[in-house]
Design a protein around this ligand. Structure first.
Ligand SMILES: O=c1ccn([C@@H]2O[C@H](COP(=O)(O)O)[C@@H](O)[C@H]2O)c(=O)[nH]1
Length: 265
């Protein structure tokens, strides 16, 4: 079954478009979890237990797992999320020359969807795009301030680079498996892109800690009801100073966000 069909079913099952970002910053993990062999995994397991009923997906960001213990923590996290029937979107922002990207794409045997970087063009993404079962979210207009350095540049056609990326992603969507990453901090661009590519679901990061627009994220992020609004720190560190109560606080934060976003669906 195609990723976006599975996501559609998951959104219906939990009545939620919340992507719970699993970014277990070692500096912010509660002290009492340090005694575990893999503190990041101990942390994620508790977050997954607490939030899975409100999660359309879990989105681990690869940056938080790039060392031997991190790889093990990520493996455990993915298997555990799947055990709770929650799809996993790996935020890895991958792409490279064909020979290398074929290796990168093997990660799709273990996760349901991935974020990719369009800078190297179609061939750098082909092995991801060719995987009919997996979701491929192409970075389009990112949430960070520096996104404007390249993405807003105007081409000789009059379109901005991010608009060209959206047009290409639409062309690359031969297997109905492509979505866009568009930041909630860019509500005007969200609106405009929704008009430009009405069929592509968006992954919208940037609400919560980055101060993005939650209403615009939902209003323009969803295509036929399918799309994702991500919060990472706002959920997983909601109970940062509450010791063992941290997981309960994350459950409440996920539930609150789900309710808030559902007002706009
Ligand atoms: O444009 C982008 C693309 C990816 N991200 C990632 O999403 C989460 C956001 O975390 P918060 O704590 O909710 O701010 C994080 O993994 C980013 O690397 C993004 O923010 N913007």
């Amino acid at each position: 079954m195609n990723f976006f069909d599975r996501l559609h079913d998951r959104i219906r099952a939990v009545d939620s478009v919340v992507s719970v970002g699993l970014d277990p910053d070692p500096e912010r993990i509660p002290d009492h979890l340090e005694e575990y062999d893999l503190p990041r995994w101990a942390f994620n397991r508790r977050i997954i237990d607490a939030t899975h009923e409100h999660a359309a997906v879990f989105k681990p960001n690869a940056a938080f797992y790039e060392d031997p213990d991190g790889w093990r923590a990520l493996e455990e996290t993915i298997a555990y999320a799947h055990g709770k029937d929650v799809p996993v979107l790996l935020d890895a922002k991958r792409a490279d020359i064909g020979n290398t990207t074929r290796q990168y794409a093997q990660v799709l045997e273990n996760v349901d969807a991935i974020t990719v970087n369009p800078y190297m063009g179609r061939d750098s993404l082909q092995p991801f795009l060719a995987d009919e079962e997996s979701g491929v979210f192409v970075l389009c207009r990112t949430s960070n301030p520096g996104g404007e350095d390249l993405q807003d540049l105007e081409l000789e056609t009059g379109e901005a680079v991010y608009e060209r990326v959206a047009a290409l992603a639409d062309l690359w969507n031969e297997n109905d498996n492509v979505g866009l990453v568009v930041g909630a901090t860019k509500p005007e661009e969200l609106e405009e892109l929704r008009e430009q590519v009405p069929d592509l679901p968006f992954l919208v990061p940037g609400i919560g800690a980055q101060g993005g627009d939650a209403e615009a994220a939902v209003e323009y992020g969803l295509a036929d009801g399918v799309g994702l609004v991500n919060s990472s720190r706002g959920i997983i560190f909601a109970g940062e100073n509450q010791g063992e109560g941290f997981a309960k606080a994350s459950e409440q934060a996920a539930k609150r966000l789900k309710k808030r976003l559902n007002q706009y669906r």
